[in-house]
Design a protein around this ligand. Structure first.
Ligand code: GUN
Length: 325
């Protein structure tokens, strides 16, 4: 506070400029998981049913190994049954389709998740379309995609569901907001656009062919970056005070790049690179976003944690629907 007769020094204003508030994905994820664990307990008590999730991984993609391990561990922690099927990289499309057929037929299996990306020799579309839509906890089957686009109740993709939860549980206005999504993937960009539209946001989807990207993204009250390019969204792309949701998970191994990206946090990140070989950065340039955004999700600690929490909720939802509850 200024004392009597004091005037504000412009340099001081610059120094005291507020940094973006970090949106805590862990807190929201824990909240959702607690609710899901309670509902699972109730389902057991009242109906004697324990939902079961089967996670299928093909090949040895290191990131997929980590994601799948998290999914299986979280299932168990919440009281779900889970099975992990790790298949060799040489698995054929036909072998994977046979496995899925078997899982579709098993009455004790409620959710089937095939971790993507699959090795390029496998026909991903045929695999996704083979999953029983009622067990498609990823929400990738065309039937579920169609239901989502019609605004019907369905199993919606987990990362988009997690993003909506993060916004709503932080009381960030969606209805009437200008929202902009950078990235048009089936996993994030397109479905999150549908969920935002259902909640009365104005929605723009940008992508690699968008002209004058920053003039569009700068109109967004809610900006979602899902492009898979480290630190791509810079200060110039962000409307002052906007909420920036960073969906990217990229590995940075280069210390100079870390220094450029992380500002005050750079030394800590460089230590992490030295210890582990890499640190994680999203699709948003954290140091620049901090100067412009009102709120942003950190990486790690943001959206990634919510994907798993939303998967748990989808598995519970599938289990209840399959039992007519
Ligand atoms: N790979 C990256 N994200 C996802 C996801 O949400 N589901 C699946 N199955 N694979 C992924």
């Amino acid at each position: 506070m200024l004392g009597f007769g004091e005037t504000m020094n412009p340099m001081k204003i610059e120094c005291e400029k507020k940094r973006a508030q970090l949106l805590d994905g862990a807190r929201v994820a824990e909240e959702i998981k607690r609710e899901v664990a309670e509902d699972i307990e109730r389902l057991k008590r009242e109906h004697g049913a324990v939902p079961c999730l089967v996670v299928v991984r093909v090949g040895e993609d290191p990131a997929s190994r980590v994601y799948v391990r998290n999914k299986v561990r979280t299932s168990e922690a919440l009281g779900l049954r889970s099975e992990h099927r790790a298949l060799k990289a040489e698995t054929t499309t036909e072998e994977l389709l046979n496995l899925i057929e078997g899982l579709n037929a098993r009455d004790d299996v409620d959710g089937i998740l095939v971790q993507l990306p699959l090795p390029k020799e496998i026909d991903e579309r045929r695999v996704i379309e083979a999953i029983d839509p009622a067990k498609d906890v990823d929400g990738f089957h065309p039937i579920n995609v169609g239901r989502l686009s019609l605004g019907q109740e369905t199993l919606a993709p987990c990362t988009p569901v997690g993003i909506i939860e993060l916004l709503e549980r932080n009381a960030i206005t969606i209805s009437g907001a200008n929202s902009c999504i950078v990235g048009r993937s089936q996993i994030v960009g397109r479905p999150v656009a549908q969920l935002l539209l259902q909640r009365d946001a104005t929605v723009i989807i940008c992508h690699s062919r968008t002209r004058d990207l920053s003039s569009i993204t700068r109109q967004a009250d809610v900006l979602i970056a899902a492009i898979g390019r480290p630190g791509f969204i810079k200060g110039e792309h962000i409307k002052p005070g906007a909420t920036v949701i960073d969906v990217g998970i990229n590995r940075v191994t280069d210390e100079a790049q870390a220094r450029e990206l992380f500002g005050e946090e750079a030394e800590k990140r460089i230590e992490i690179i030295r210890a582990r070989g890499y640190t994680l950065v999203g699709d948003v340039h954290p140091a620049e976003a901090d100067q412009v955004a009102g709120r942003r999700t950190p990486v790690p600690g943001g959206v990634g944690l919510l994907t798993v929490a939303a998967l748990m909720r989808n598995t519970l939802k599938a289990a209840r629907w399959r039992r007519g509850l």
